[in-house]
Design a protein around this ligand. Structure first.
Ligand SMILES: [Zn+2]
Ligand SMILES: [Zn+2]
Length: 148
């Protein structure tokens, strides 16, 4: 499954004329496999052992290239560092308000909401973003431990 995604992503880069360097390959692979919506810093830390000459700025630049190629979505949350998500199919996000962990969940597309929003505002809708906030299982367990 993830190998297929990686192959598709590399094909997309090829057709858009983006050179596939070992770093780009590794960053893409990490994004597809981690499923954790990492920040550029987290990607850097995960890969710096493999690429000692790589900087956080390089990671950012590569992520920008991926975003422009439509492979990666940048998720911004106020002042917090952007998180990056490999674009597969449409999905929504559940966000832990304690540790910031983001997990994906799938739900039927909310087309009626877009249609309704367009109808009441007169806007032409391009996309929407749905986030659900809560406390993840790890954080819930930590809270329980502190109480005991
Ligand atoms: Zn958490
Ligand atoms: Zn996601």
């Amino acid at each position: 499954m993830s190998e297929l995604h990686l192959k598709d992503a590399l094909d997309t880069l090829k057709t858009t004329g983006v050179r596939i360097t070992p770093q780009r390959h590794a960053i893409l692979e990490y994004l597809i496999e981690s499923m954790t919506h990492p920040t550029a810093d987290e990607i850097y830390k995960a890969l710096e052992g493999k690429f000692p000459n790589m900087s956080v700025a390089t990671v950012y630049n590569n992520l920008r290239v991926f975003r422009e190629a439509g492979l990666v979505k940048e998720l911004t949350y106020g002042d917090a560092a952007s998180r990056f998500d490999f674009v597969t199919n449409d999905h929504y996000h559940m966000i832990c308000q304690c540790c910031g962990k983001i997990v994906d969940f799938h739900y039927p597309g909310l087309n009626e909401v877009e249609q309704f929003a367009s109808h009441v505002t007169g806007y032409k809708v391009h996309s929407h973003r749905l986030e659900v906030y809560g406390t993840c299982q790890d954080c819930l367990e930590n809270v329980e431990k502190q109480v005991l």
